[in-house]
Design a protein around this ligand. Structure first.
Ligand SMILES: CC(C)(COP(=O)(O)OP(=O)(O)OC[C@H]1O[C@@H](n2cnc3c(N)ncnc32)[C@H](O)[C@@H]1OP(=O)(O)O)[C@@H](O)C(=O)NCCC(=O)NCCS
Length: 147
């Protein structure tokens, strides 16, 4: 892992510079194919419900992970759900994704969470990526379409 990468918490938009919000928004749009405006991004992502952790290279945002702390009626401690994880193409395979997941683990331990969940597209390389970061198969998701 190149030392030049670091993590930055972005839970509160007031503490983020405009260019960082803009760049995070661009990465988000690249990731999910939406064209969410910067204002919508701030409203939806930085509203306190989610934890957004940015991967930084110097002052540039090169990736992010978006989590939610979820409490379950069946468990005493909460879980973390990872909703999105993205590393900019130019910075892949340099340990940035792993660094973000390690930060999620630290965050979860600090919050006394029980475990971390992620539902991902079944792309083999993404499965390999999560496996190499200590994740294992957990459950089968089932679905019935209504439309
Ligand atoms: C998946 C993703 C986040 C990985 O980020 P990354 O910074 O390239 O991953 P890392 O460099 O930290 O790799 C960590 C481990 O995963 C493995 N890995 C990463 N990409 C891989 C690939 N394309 N093929 C095989 N293994 C891969 C690495 O070899 C490494 O293993 P090691 O620790 O045993 O050496 C990145 O490819 C991405 O943003 N993809 C598009 C978005 C996406 O699919 N997100 C996941 C769904 S939420």
């Amino acid at each position: 892992m190149e030392k030049m990468y670091s993590c930055r918490y972005a839970t509160n938009s007031a503490s983020l510079e405009e260019n960082i919000i803009q760049k995070t928004c661009e990465l988000w749009n690249t990731f999910n194919g939406s064209s969410l405006s910067k204002d919508d991004f701030i409203k939806r992502i930085l509203n306190g419900r989610y934890e957004l952790i940015l991967a930084m290279k110097d002052l540039d945002v090169v990736g992010f992970v978006l989590n939610e702390l979820v409490s379950s009626p069946l468990r005493v401690s909460s879980s973390i759900e990872i909703w999105a994880l993205y590393v900019s193409e130019n910075h892949r395979k340099k340990g940035v994704g792993k660094m973000l997941l390690e930060e999620v683990s630290s965050f979860g331990k600090n919050c006394d969470c029980f475990d971390i969940h992620v539902s991902s597209d079944i792309k083999p390389y993404v499965i390999n990526f999560y496996r190499s970061c200590g994740y294992s198969n957990y459950a089968i998701r089932m679905r019935k379409g209504l439309k």
